[in-house]
Structures are given as C-alpha cells and as structure tokens.
Design a protein around this ligand. Structure first.
Ligand code: MV4
Length: 602
C-alpha cells in the first residue's frame, strides 16, 4: 500500500479521499490555491503545499505545479478526486512517467472511453445497447438527414468531446438540420477543441441511470448497483439516489451486467461509472465517467463498500476480494447537494459570505460529507457545492421522511443554500412517486413553488424588505408554567437596542423607550400608547380569557392583570411594576398577537 498520497483537489471530495487514506494508514498531502489558504481540506491534511493563484488554470489545473508538489512531499500516489484533472489522460500519463501512481484508470482506457464515438463502438461490440445512431463522426447535413430518415425525428447531434449538455443539439425536423449541425460543431470546437460530431436518435423523456463499477488490474469487474440521477437542473444533478425507483429487478440485473461487460471490454480498472438513458423499459449506453463521482456516496451506503478505499487498493495492485454475488444491496439512500445558491433567483450562486451558522444534522442514517466549519469564509472561486447530505434508511419511504427531518435540522446562516428546494422536492408528488424524468425540473416544475419554498424555509426574510423601517427583532426564551417557548419580538419604528439592556422575559412588562409605540399586526385595532406608562404585552399569540383589572385600579408588582390562553394553556399575565392602571386595551374573548399591548400602568 502507498505510504503518502497527494490529493489533487479541494473541498469535500479532498477530505473524503483523505478520510479513506487515514483509515488505511496513509499520510495525506493537500494542495491549495491562494483562495483556499484556510479551507477545510488544508486543515485536514498532514501537510499542504500552495500551488498557485486562485485561478484554477494557475493552480489546480497546473500539471507541473501538482506533480512538483508530489515530488517535494515524497508522495507515492496522486488521487485526483472529481473535476479538475480527474479525466485528463495527458495528466494521468505524466503522473505515471514521474514515478508516482495515478489513482485511476490507465491513460489509454481514459482515452478509449473519452471519445464518444469510440466508446459507442466499443460498447456495441461488447453487446451493450447504445442509443440508435452513428458510431462514426458525421460531417454533412445530408448524412444527418439520412440517419433521421432511418430513425425518425427528433435526433440529437452531439459533440465528440461533449458532456454536461454542451455541444448537444436537438433537431426536430429537416429544416433545422443545417443550423444545428453547424452550432454543434462550433460548440465542440470552442469547448473541447474538437469540431467532430455524431448523431443519435433523441429520447424525449428518459431517466438518467448510472452504474457504479469497481475493477482491478487482474481482470475482476464488479458493479455496485445503479444510481438514479434523473433529478437534474440544466444538466446539474441536485438529488441522486440508489436504488432507482424506476427499474424492475430484471432491468436492474441486465443493466448491471451490461455495465460490467462494457468496462471489461475496455480493459478498464479502478472506479468508474457507466451512464445510461432508460426509457419505456429499455436502456441505452450513453458514456463512461472515468473518475470517482460526487454521488458515489449513495452506492457506498446501500452496499457497505468503501469505494474510495478500493480505488486506493486497486491502484496499489490489490485484487478485489469479493465476488459479484457477495455484493448485497440493503435499504435506500439519497444524496442532497448543498449548494450555496438562491433557488428562488434562478439558482444564482451566493456572491460570497461568511458561514455565520453551520449546524449540520446528525442521528440515525445521516452522513455529512463536507470540508467546512462555522466561521469559515465561503470560497466561491470554483464550485457552489459546499457539502453533501446523504440520508439512508430501510426503504425509499423512510428515506424521504428521514431526509425531511435531517434537512429541517440543518442550520446554515450567512447565505442562501438550496435546502428549501430539497425540502420542496420531498413534498413533491412526482418526485415522491419516483416518476420524474430528466425533463422534470427544466420543463415541468412550477417555478412559483420554488419561490414559495425559499420564502418558507430560506434565510429569514426580515432584512431586505424591512430594513428601512427600523425593525428590531429580538429572540427570547421564556418559560410559561414550566413550559419552554422561543419567541421573537419585532419592534417597529424603534432604534436598535441591545437585548441585555431592555429584555424582561419573565413577565409582560417589558420597558420600551419613552416614545410612541405601535403594535404591528396591521389590523384595525392598532393601539397607540401615549406617555411613559409601563406596557403589559402579550408574549404570545392567543385569546384573552379574562381581564382582572379596570382603569384606575391600583396594582402591585406580581398582580395578575389578565389571563391569556395560548398553545392550549392558561397563562397568567402579571404586572412587572406597581402603579395605576391607565388603559385597558383588551376585553374577554379578544384574540391578541404576540407583542400586543394589553394594559398600561402609570
Ligand atoms: C441524450 C438525451 C436524449 N437522447 N441523448 C445531456 C447531457 C449529455 N451528456 C447527454 N444528454 C442527453 N443525451 C439522446 N440520444 C437526453 C439528454 C439529456 C439528459 C441526460 C441525462 C440527464 C439529464 C438530461 C437533461 C437533458 C437532456
């Protein structure tokens, strides 16, 4: 086994890999850019090297800088995580040449599967169903039309180097062929330095199903079941789960075996993912991802197999020690990507900010993969995903209720996250029924429901709309007849005042600055209290059961002025100070809001 591994990545995946190293007794080396000087992966590692400026091209993507750090550290292997250099065959080859082990497939296998038409031909050869279409690049509009005539419109024109929806053009009729072909070629050239394109029959509403593979250098290939990643927004996955709610046992078995066959035919080793489109009970190969993926976690949860540890063992030459039949699937798991984005504003990434509160959930079935701590500054240079919540339970139904519980526990303050969006999905009929396809978020979900969810579960909406009105909100913990209540009091038209100076939480006689007070229920029974009397206020919403004082009465501190029924309990409202009752503003049976003035004592 290796003695020291450099992790050429950042954030949660760097920490994930280091955790596996830790358990295997391997020392860990972090690399970081100027933007990540204080990031979690640097904190976690045994040693760390600055590899350049914030710009990824000058740091995390700089081949020489990464290899140089490995040399300085004396690392014997490099794990690339996902993204950055993970699928760069040139870099993988360079690592090998520098006598450091690449924790991943061979550069040759990466190349074989990186070009889409090559991969399609290879899979077809291995008897893996591919989407009907070409296994050779096409050059002319005539060729596209011929294929479309054979399979029928719509067809997809895809860039050879494509991925993530870039360089994918859908053609609905003959008139669109010329333009779309040109666009696909142009995008392929611009994004992937490769103008070559090919054509497939376009499936209108497929599910995205991918199979996790582990393979060693001795010819053993195992699959760890499928993941369903159909819930995507603009080609970004948001929730992934295993197993898929859309597969029959028979389809599951066939798709898993097809993935094994394909990977075996490619002479592939290490971890990998074979992606499929599934529609009407049929599955079609789409592409292979030659790296660990963000959502590997859900496969780990239902199989109990540590995929990252196996990546390291396989790279060190070890043989997989379990047969396909030994892989047992147990329960259901969902991964929620916690992105710092505002779902109500087209998922705009947070502009930055400090993690003022970070209090992740715990308890049975809850796994957090993250790299941050409360107080950290948000690093927005690379990715908006700040953490992953992975929830596991005995079946999908329990997984959904457990996920609702876990997401409700999750407290993050300082910027928006997509937690409200996840909570919406867990109440969404289509998602809960497991009937969503890859089109669902972009084409079917009503946007106003997202806005509602953010309003309901997002960061307290107080600031922006109400700031100009001088609203001070103060939180109190009160015990009423031994029961604990958390209340927030809103004070309108008042200068900000500190809690310690003015809060009187026990009774209802909180002192206000000597100026006109106004309650804020917006109703027609607004009360203006003149002068500098002591107000007795309702400390929660409820109903007045009885009023025990009249105007002109003398009261002493501790006297009951009225009884308020709230939350099914009768609460005595007492005077905090003695004096003369100058105003009684409520009567028996009145409904009052928290903060309403009940009685004034001069
Ligand atoms: C397709 C397809 C339908 N038919 N190919 C999108 C990303 C790229 N890697 C492949 N993609 C698709 N290819 C054929 N022949 C539909 C998609 C697609 C999609 C696939 C997986 C997950 C989400 C998606 C959203 C839109 C389109």
């Amino acid at each position: 086994m290796f003695s020291k591994v450099l992790v050429a990545n950042r954030g949660e995946i760097a920490v994930r890999v280091m955790r596996a190293c830790e358990e295997l007794g391997i020392r860990t080396v972090a690399v970081y850019s100027d933007a990540d000087k204080h990031s979690g992966h640097v904190r976690y590692a045994d040693e760390a090297y600055n590899i350049g400026p914030a710009r990824a091209a000058d740091s995390y993507l700089d081949h020489e800088a990464v290899i140089d750090a490995a040399r300085k550290a004396g690392a014997d292997a490099i794990h690339p995580g996902y993204g950055f250099l993970a699928e760069n065959a040139t870099f993988a080859a360079k690592v090998g040449e520098s006598n450091v082990k690449w924790v991943g497939p061979s550069a040759d296998a990466m190349e074989r599967l990186g070009e889409k038409t090559k991969a399609r031909a290879l899979m077809q050869e291995a008897d893996v169903p591919v989407v009907p279409g070409t296994t050779e690049p096409v050059e002319s509009a005539e060729e596209v039309k011929e294929i479309a005539d054979e399979y029928g419109y719509p067809v997809a024109i895809k860039a050879e180097g494509g991925g993530g929806g870039r360089g994918l053009k859908v053609v609905h009729n003959e008139e669109e062929v010329e333009d779309q072909l040109e666009t696909a070629q142009r995008e392929g050239e611009a994004y992937f330095d490769n103008a070559s394109v090919y054509v497939e029959k376009y499936l209108e509403s497929p599910r995205h199903i991918e199979v996790q593979i582990l393979a060693d250098e001795h010819g053993n290939v195992r699959h760890l079941g499928e993941r369903d990643c159909s819930l995507q927004r603009r080609h970004q996955k948001v929730i992934e789960e295993a197993p898929s709610p859309a597969l029959t046992e028979d389809l599951r078995e066939r798709i898993g075996e097809a993935a094994r066959r394909g990977v075996k035919a490619a002479d592939y080793f290490n971890a990998g993912t074979v992606e499929f489109l599934v529609e009407d009970g049929e599955f079609f190969f789409m592409e292979v991802n030659t790296r660990i993926q963000v959502e590997h976690t859900v496969s780990e949860q239902i199989t109990g197999i540590d995929i990252v540890k196996w990546q390291l063992r396989v790279a060190a030459g070890e043989e997989l020690d379990f047969a396909q039949d030994d892989v047992e699937f147990d329960g259901h798991s969902m991964e929620f990507r916690i992105n710092a984005e505002n779902a109500a504003n087209d998922f705009a990434p947070a502009p930055g900010g400090k993690l003022e509160t970070y209090d992740p959930p715990g308890g049975i079935g809850v796994r957090m993969d993250d790299a941050l701590r409360q107080g950290d500054d948000l690093v927005t240079d690379y990715d908006s995903m700040i953490a992953k919540l992975i929830v596991t339970a005995s079946d999908r139904e329990e997984c959904i209720t457990r996920s609702e519980r876990a997401l409700a526990e999750f407290e993050i303050e300082g910027f928006h996250t997509i937690i409200p969006f996840h909570r919406l999905m867990l109440t969404d009929e289509t998602f809960c029924a497991g009937e969503h396809t890859t089109k669902y978020l972009d084409e079917e979900l009503d946007k106003s429901r997202i806005e509602q969810a953010v309003e309901e579960w997002g960061p307290a909406a107080s600031s922006s709309e109400e700031d100009d009105e001088d609203v001070t909100e103060r939180d109190f913990t009160v015990e009423v007849n031994g029961k604990r209540f958390q209340v927030s009091l809103e004070e309108r038209g008042a200068p900000a005042i500190s809690v310690s100076g003015n809060a009187k939480s026990g009774g209802s006689g909180g002192q206000r600055p000597p100026q006109a007070q106004q309650n804020d229920d917006g109703g027609d029974d607004d009360v203006v209290v003149e002068g500098d009397g002591q107000t007795v206020e309702a400390e929660m919403q409820g109903t007045i059961l009885s009023v025990n004082v009249s105007e002109g009465d003398e009261v002493s501190s501790g006297d009951v002025v009225c009884v308020l029924e709230a939350m099914k309990m009768e609460n005595d409202v007492v005077a905090e100070v003695g004096g003369t009752v100058s105003q009684v503003l409520v009567g028996e049976g009145d409904a009052v809001d928290m903060g309403d003035v009940l009685v004034v004592i001069e």
